[in-house]
Design a protein around this ligand. Structure first.
Ligand code: SF4
Length: 331
């Protein structure tokens, strides 16, 4: 599909027609199952200063935390008992002891029949390799925007190429890579959303998360307008059509701007993944990437799946044996 065709779909095709097209592709490529990924936000430490994010290092108003290994394993266990099919371990970007996280990955993988996804930002290649060896299979690293100047303006001291190089390293290590971007970022030209979709296709990502921008009050963009829910749904539908193989989440940001219907409408637009949170009480409120974050729980997930007329994916049979040398596998 050419750029002009994607642009027409995104900005001109009437919504009922676009949605029906996306649903036809979804049914053909993915069937009715919805994957449920359990999110454990294990640390809100971050050394970067992304201008839109409440976890930015310069945000002194945020209470910082890092869960212990035992707390992370407990949260993962609760998520598995609740029926998730994957554990997503997420944090800000900070100096993570590679062995510490490898032990956690190994312990979760050895105790539960679930694959593990990491979302911990740009890290040394040697750490990526160790975590892969420990059993992590997927890695989420959103490109956020394909507009190089906007990327540089929003991420002081960083550039888009570093991000893309990281995704290449992860692919070389045979991670299933996920990327994604925001809709309605201050300074974003609407046409650059077409480039975001094309970049995700060029990267052949296995997962692509696209959600509306939401401001966080303690950031330089704290007074900006949120992104539009209808445009976010259009982007999901076009992603489904252009990346038919990809797993596409109905994001928490969507569920935050439209608490009642965001998850369901995301599924109806072509998404096939939901991500309920399992970060323990007492910590989850400090993972404030943006304000008023909706805590998507399993009840909400089940309701959205039912209302959208879809089914929950079966849990995959997964390797349960430790691959780490015994001396390392102590978590
Ligand atoms: S977006 Fe990620 S890397 Fe940027 S400040 Fe937030 S947590 Fe850190």
């Amino acid at each position: 599909m050419r750029r002009s065709e994607i642009s027409t779909l995104l900005f001109e095709t009437p919504w009922p027609e676009l949605r029906q097209y996306a649903v036809r592709v979804l049914e053909r490529e993915k069937g009715s199952h919805v994957f449920v990924r359990g999110l454990v936000e294990f640390s809100n430490l971050c050394w970067r200063n992304c201008r839109y994010c409440g976890l930015r290092g310069e945000n002194r108003a945020l209470v910082r935390y890092t869960l212990s290994q035992a707390q992370i394993l407990k949260a993962a266990s609760v998520a598995v008992d609740a029926g998730v099919d994957t554990i997503v371990l997420q944090s800000g970007e900070y100096t993570i002891d590679p062995l510490w996280l490898a032990q956690i990955i190994d312990a979760i993988r050895s105790s539960h029949r679930v694959p593990i996804t990491l979302s911990v930002g740009e890290q040394p290649e040697v750490a990526y390799a160790l975590w892969k060896e420990a059993g992590a299979v997927r890695f989420l690293l959103k490109h956020e925007t394909s507009d190089r100047s906007l990327y540089a303006a929003l991420h002081p001291g960083h550039n888009l190429q570093e991000r893309l190089d990281c995704l290449k390293k992860l692919a070389k290590l045979k991670y299933e890579c996920g990327s994604g971007f925001m809709i309605g970022l201050p300074g974003q030209h609407p046409e650059s959303l077409v480039d975001d979709i094309l970049l995700a296709r060029r990267l052949r990502v296995s997962m692509c998360g696209a959600g509306p921008f939401i401001p966080q009050e303690n950031t330089p963009l704290g007074r900006s307008e949120s992104g539009s829910v209808p445009m976010a749904l259009r982007v999901l539908a076009v992603l489904r059509i252009v990346l038919p193989w990809a797993n596409i989440p109905a994001t928490t940001a969507l569920a935050t701007l439209d608490a009642e219907c965001g998850q369901r409408d995301g599924l109806l637009a072509g998404a096939n993944v939901l991500m309920p949170g399992f970060t323990p009480m007492g910590f989850r409120e400090h993972y404030r990437i943006y304000d008023n974050k909706n805590r998507v729980d399993m009840a909400g997930v089940q309701a959205a799946i039912e209302e959208a007329g879809r089914t929950h994916a079966l849990k995959p049979l997964w390797k349960t044996q430790s691959t780490l040398p015994k001396a390392l596998a102590s978590a």
